[in-house]
Ligand binder design. Structure first.
Ligand SMILES: Nc1ncnc2c1ncn2[C@@H]1O[C@H](COP(=O)(O)OP(=O)(O)O)[C@@H](O)[C@H]1O
Ligand SMILES: [Mg+2]
Length: 470
């Protein structure tokens, strides 16, 4: 059958049920809503999972118990959602609950982790998330991932508590139109004198007065519904099949119909928007990489050998000036020659298997170098620093540079002159007030230094160094 919202097929529409109060009917609402939605349109997949550890969902939906199954903990750990779902009773899919969420919770790094996972989940149709009575990081994630948040309120204290959910959205500058209150466990026998004749009208009036959206549908308190939780066989029965004839049956049907309609009219659920945003972020990152690569010299600055033609095995270092105007790669041997001769004054005929040379080579791979020209009594000097990868200075030297710029220069001294003059020259034989940074790279994939994470690390080091020297 054609899905009316075909473009968003593999991007789920997410409904989160949340309230900081326990016992307001969250789990009853979540599970029964899933069943009613499925009963209204069996072609639309409905998946439910819970961040609580009461296992109601498992008790209601499991067809074949299997303790080796994947759980919501795997979803939180980043596994693909569609690989975790089980086909359950009443045609409802579910992801089994977990005993270990406390541990997993600590691994949730940001507030959009679940939004991201669900955008990548390839789960079709509607997802319902039941949450703990707590605004912990998982609930927060579930709130931000949702197209619709249903907040059951049964009395004034639970209404007071919604304030925290609304202020979370305010704090992050998020649109609150996804948040909708729903009066639950309404005792129809309670009547008041005066303007508001009953519980639900009173709650709705207070909610609207505070600027909260409130559902027209409410859920009554029903002894029959309450009894569905407690059965000799340990099962929990649904309102759809075992609560016929109650008001709650009709109320859930109305609510499910309204939600189904909203779902069918939703062309761009949050998961799709999130996925589009991630793609554009990816593209931005790729563009930034290409731009960085484009501005990078393709030849070794010291020996002029073409480096980026596929035989990149000899590249050892990346350099970049603090003002970003020059960047490129250096052959490993060239930079070692510069270090051993011009910086550490080793004999120019030192061999590569000399232990001192080998030690220098090894420590250079773990270092980060800075060169900066300064003028003193008309002479150019180079301030040299060797830092560790945290940016802490390990070696400081002043290199007598002017001497190398004239007359006969050889080996490493020539390299130092080339490096400095090619990267830090200004107008009229002067040098810019910038410095040069040199950082080891992976010989097999030197360009990785220009990729998102590595380049961010390099930039952080640059910032750290700037704060030391400027
Ligand atoms: N409409 C209802 N009428 C009567 N009892 C209900 C109704 N909905 C839920 N309950 C009962 O209220 C208690 C709390 O419901 P539950 O859905 O577990 O709330 P929560 O998930 O918010 O803690 C349960 O014992 C449940 O059976
Ligand atoms: Mg619950």
């Amino acid at each position: 059958m054609d899905q009316p919202n075909a473009p968003s097929q593999s991007f789920p529409y997410v409904i989160t049920i949340s309230s900081e109060k326990g016992g307001v009917g969250k789990t009853t609402l979540a599970t029964n809503l899933a069943i009613f939605l499925k009963a209204l349109n069996e072609d639309i997949p409905v998946t439910i999972f819970s961040f609580d550890n009461h296992f109601t969902i498992d008790k209601m939906f499991t067809l074949k118990p299997d303790s080796s199954q994947k759980t919501v903990a795997d979803l939180i750990a980043g596994e693909k959602g569609s690989d975790l779902i089980q086909t359950g009773q009443y045609g409802v899919n579910f992801i089994p609950s977990s005993h270990n969420l406390a541990k997993q919770k600590a691994a949730v790094k940001g507030p959009m982790e679940i939004a991201r996972n669900l955008a990548l989940s390839e789960i079709d149709g509607i997802i319902i998330i039941d949450t703990r009575p707590d605004l912990d990081s998982l609930t927060e994630n579930a709130l931000y991932a949702a197209d619709r948040v249903l907040i059951p309120v049964k009395d004034m204290p639970s209404l007071e508590n919604c304030r925290n959910i609304f202020s979370l959205f305010d704090k992050r500058g998020l649109d609150k139109k996804s948040l909708v209150l729903i009066p639950c466990l309404i005792d129809e026998r309670i009547k008041f004198e005066g303007l508001f004749s009953d519980q639900k009208s009173l709650l709705r009036a207070f909610a609207i007065n505070r600027g909260y959206r409130c559902h027209d549908v409410y859920i009554s308190k029903s002894p029959k519904v309450e009894s569905l939780n407690t059965n000799p066989d340990g099962k929990i029965y649904p309102v759809l099949t075992h609560g016929r004839g109650t008001d709650v049956h009709g109320q859930f049907a109305t609510l499910a119909r309204e939600i189904l309609e909203t779902y069918l009219n939703e062309k761009e659920p949050r998961s799709l928007l999130f996925s589009k945003w991630m793609t554009s972020e990816d593209q931005r990152e790729k563009d930034a990489f290409v731009a960085r690569m484009g501005g990078t010299r393709s030849k070794c600055l010291l020996c002029d050998k073409e480096l980026m033609n596929g035989s990149a095995g000899d590249i050892g270092y990346y350099f970049e000036t603090s003002d970003g105007s020059e960047c490129g790669f250096l052959e490993n041997d060239c930079f070692m020659k510069l270090l051993s001769n011009a910086v550490f004054n080793m004999n120019s005929d030192i061999t590569k298997d000399d232990p001192t040379y080998m030690l220098l080579r090894e420590s250079a791979r773990k270092s980060f170098f800075l060169f900066k020209v300064r003028t003193e009594d008309g002479k150019h000097l180079v301030d040299f620093r060797r830092m560790d990868q945290a940016g802490d200075v390990q070696t400081s030297r002043v290199l007598n540079f002017r001497d190398h710029s004239g007359g006969k220069v050889t080996g490493g001294e020539n390299h130092l002159f080339s490096l400095i003059s090619e990267t830090l020259s200004g107008y009229d034989n002067s040098y810019r007030d910038a410095y040069l940074l040199v950082q080891p790279v992976e010989p097999d994939s030197p360009q990785d230094i220009l990729q998102k994470e590595q380049y961010r690390k390099f930039s952080n080091l640059k910032t750290r160094v700037a704060s030391i020297f400027i």
